[in-house]
Design a binder for this molecule. Structure first.
Ligand SMILES: C[S@@+](CC[C@H](N)C(=O)[O-])C[C@H]1O[C@@H](n2cnc3c(N)ncnc32)[C@H](O)[C@@H]1O
Length: 279
């Protein structure tokens, strides 16, 4: 096999051990200093260059990215993923372990927040289907002006400082009673998933029902001007839901973050600026 080890230095202990173990088994191992790589993004193809030369394809890529080079290093790892090389530790997993998020789902929300500037000037956010909690962690770490974050899930979720966590079905009366204690929210995010059976059409219907419920819920709990993000699965027609959202929000769009697996049909409905009754 042709294997690339992405490492700053061939003589680092762990790199050296991997190199020796691989060559002993008859593999061709290239140690590539990822800081000397750059990416050329073409119209149809992306290529990775190393010391000015285009790199060929590898059967496997083993990233050994230093903590101080996480950002550049993981950008290079991501390019290996994009061209289809088999990468042992995915770029998101490396970032997630460095950032200490509870799950890689964090990066989907980070992309959405950055693209739509969702946290600018926000004070109150609600995370539905929040466990294990990485979206709430993102809201907390990125939402500098957020004064209140509420997280709801059917499952237990470990506490996060200054986040009000409730183990509750968001559709239950118990949840309505809990939320009656709070003012309306500026942002509602939902990464909620039904229990998937693997049957495409019944899974789609379950997810459609959840999406409709999240939209209804958001229409009740959001302030005028507030924004909503909700996961859905694009394996069927959601045009009715979009129509409802267009009635109540100024802008409605769908977005698939790069950190969401290409093979997954999940996508996020983004509804911006809830209209007030006089709009
Ligand atoms: C994909 S996970 C969310 C991951 C989360 N965004 C994170 O970053 O850690 C989906 C969650 O939705 C929750 N869920 C499903 N139906 C729910 C409901 N009716 N009420 C509250 N939570 C629900 C599940 O328990 C599950 O924890």
């Amino acid at each position: 096999m042709k294997i690339a080890i992405l490492s700053r230095n061939k003589n680092l202990y762990s790199t050296n051990r991997l190199f020796n173990a691989g060559t002993k088994r008859g593999h061709r191992i290239d140690v590539i200093d990822y800081l000397r790589c750059y990416i050329n993004i073409g119209e149809n193809q992306t290529a990775i260059y190393y010391d000015g030369k285009k790199l060929g394809r590898y059967d496997a890529v083993l990233p050994r990215i230093g903590a101080s080079q996480t950002s550049y290093g993981t950008a290079i790892v991501r390019q290996f993923e994009m061209i289809g090389d088999f990468v042992i530790n995915k770029s998101d997993a490396i970032k997630s372990s460095r950032d200490n998020f509870r799950s890689r789902a964090a990066y989907k929300l980070i992309e959405i927040i950055e693209k739509y500037k969702l946290l600018d000037g926000l004070e109150k956010a609600l995370d539905i289907g929040s466990a294990p909690g990485s979206w709430s962690e993102v809201l907390k770490s990125r939402g500098k002006n957020l004064k209140k974050i509420v997280a709801l899930d059917l499952l237990d979720m470990n506490p996060i400082r200054n986040v009000d966590v409730y183990k509750v079905d968001f559709l239950s009366d118990k949840c309505s009673k809990i939320l009656a204690k709070y003012d309306k929210f500026d942002l509602i995010v939902s990464d909620i998933s039904p229990n998937l059976s693997g049957n495409r059409s019944s899974d789609f219907l379950l997810s459609l029902e959840l999406l409709e419920n999240v939209v209804d819920f958001a229409l009740k709990e959001l302030k005028p001007g507030g924004n909503m993000v909700s996961k859905y699965f694009r394996s069927g027609d959601i045009s009715e839901v979009i129509l409802t959202c267009k009635k109540h929000f100024k802008k409605v769009t769908s977005f698939k973050p790069k950190s969401s697996r290409k093979e997954s049909s999940e996508i996020y409905l983004v509804c911006l600026e809830k209209k007030s009754p006089i709009d």
